[in-house]
Each structure stands twice: as C-alpha cells, then as structure tokens.
Design a protein around this ligand. Structure first.
Ligand code: ATP
Length: 268
C-alpha cells in the first residue's frame, strides 16, 4: 500500500473554551486533489494549520508522507507549500521578485533559484506579467503569485486555504485550472479548503465534509451523492449528515465576516 500524503488520527485543538477541532481522522491519498469542505467556523483552517505544523495539536497524531509532524517538524515543513487565506503578495515588488523572495526564504539552493522561479511563474501563467509590480495585478493574478510562491520550493504537498475566496467566477476558474495543471504535471498532492461546494464537486477527487470540528463524511463527490440518489448535490449530503443546511451552519459571527471582507479587499 502506498503511504498517504497525510494521515490524521484523533486530532483535536481548542481555543479556550471553543473546541475548534474535535477528534478528526483523515487520510489524504498521495497525488490527489482533496477538498476539506465546511462552512465558516467548521474547523478547516485550524486543521490545516496543525497539518502544516504551524499550530501544535492538543491531542492526536499527524503523519505527512509517513513522517510524524510533531517530531519531524522541519522535515515535514520542507515537504509542504502553504497558501494561507490572508497571506499577501508585496505590491511594491514585481511578480518575479515576490516569488524570488520565497525561493530565498525556503532555502532553494542558490544555483537552482532562478530556474525554480521561472518554473513556478510559468506554472501559474504569469511569465508575461512577471516584471510588473504586483500592485497592478488583478485579484486572480495576486492569487496566482501566491500559488507560485508556494510552488517555488517544489513541495510534495500543496495546502491552499480558500484559494478562490473573494474572486470573480472567471478568476476562480483560472486558479483551479492552474491547480489542476500543476497536479497533473508534477503528481503533487493538493489539499484545499473551501466552502464552495460546486467547486469541490468539479475539481476535487475526494472530499471530507467538516462540521463543528468533526469530519461528518468522506469520499468522492460522486460516491457521497450516490448514497442519497441521482439528483442530489453535495449540499444535500451535508444536510443529511449534519442535520444543518450548509448556509445556516456557517453563520459564524463577526470574526468570519471580518475575515471575508479582509480577503475581498486585499484581492480587489
Ligand atoms: N485564534 C483563534 N482564537 C479563538 N478562536 C478561534 C481562533 N481561530 C479559530 N477560532 C475558532 O475556532 C473555530 C474554528 O475556526 P476555523 O478558522 O478553523 O474554521 P474554518 O472552518 O476554517 O472557518 P473559516 O473559513 O471562517 O476560516 C471557530 O469557532 C473559530 O471562531
């Protein structure tokens, strides 16, 4: 059996009295685009921050390509490219300079840096615009610069937190096409969180539905829908396994509204 890209067992984390992640078991096969879906506040970001070793797990275990994330933190970090929701490209630098900065931060060996930067810019379709300052980019282009920053160290696991939030439909499709292309060309595993069920259905091979800190269902979108009947959607599956409508479950209060506004403002 091949080693999964990620295996989480009994993962848990609380912020004070708020239990954000409450016993998550998750197995992400290598080489897939895997969607972690859930409304605002479900616990998705907290889960991926633990997988990327940025947040210690209060309980449970995480393996990334078979390496224990708690004990082999630095080795695990080298396998991962991460695009958080609120990271932002530096508007005063060009696209190329933004990516080159990450190549240095991630210790890409000096003699490989220039090539890796070109490969990453090419992978996200930004070579023609690479010398313009990022301040002149559209929201979709900024997202693609951020993708290139995560790709420049040639990670085996690419983790994207809500990569299309705040983008218009055309830019969203553009981001997904790049993700799919990179995966096809490199065999990289992609873990993406989203609350857009339609995007997950279209682009993810497997999804896990998260609600109030727990995984409520996992499988391919087609498998999950088939259990409910041919006309069903992932929204229907979510309602069936949680008892909540997806939109109502995500009424997460001011923090979520502020986060969504910040992201939308940043991406223009
Ligand atoms: N730094 C923090 N301090 C306190 N509570 C937090 C913090 N981060 C997250 N939480 C709480 O933990 C729960 C899970 O949040 P998390 O951000 O993981 O959810 P999410 O599914 O990623 O949602 P979103 O898409 O809004 O980020 C929520 O109730 C949230 O309010």
């Amino acid at each position: 059996m091949t080693t999964p890209a990620v295996r989480c067992t009994g993962l848990r984390h609380a912020f004070g009295d708020t239990v954000a992640v409450d016993g998550v078991d998750l197995e992400i096969p290598a080489g897939q685009v895997f969607g972690l879906l859930g409304p605002n506040g479900a616990g998705k970001t907290t889960t991926i921050r633990m997988i990327t070793t940025l947040l210690p797990a209060a309980a449970g275990a995480i393996e990334v390509f078979g390496l224990d994330a708690a004990h082999r933190k630095m080795r695990v970090r080298r396998l991962i490219g991460y695009v958080p929701q609120q990271l932002s490209a530096d508007g005063s630098l060009s696209g190329r300079e933004n990516v080159a900065l990450f190549a240095r931060l991630f210790d890409v060996p000096r003699r490989e840096r220039a090539d890796q930067v070109e490969i990453a810019l090419g992978a996200v379709g930004l070579l023609d615009d690479a010398d313009r300052t990022a301040a002149t980019y559209s929201g979709g282009m900024i997202r693609r610069v951020e993708l290139a920053q995560a790709l420049v160290s040639a990670p085996r696991l690419l983790v994207l937190d809500e990569p299309t939030i705040g983008l218009d439909p055309v830019a969203r499709t553009g981001v997904w096409e790049r993700i799919e292309q990179v995966r096809a060309e490199t065999g990289m595993t992609v873990l993406v969180t989203t609350h857009y069920m339609d995007e997950a259905e279209q682009y993810c091979e497997q999804v896990a539905l998260m609600h109030r800190g727990r995984i409520r269902a996992q499988g391919s979108p087609a498998q999950l829908r088939a259990e409910l009947g041919p006309e069903s959607t992932l929204d229907d599956v979510f309602r069936a396994v949680t008892g909540d409508a997806f939109d109502d479950a995500g009424k997460g209060g001011m923090r979520d509204v502020r986060a969504a506004r910040r992201t939308a403002r940043r991406l223009g």
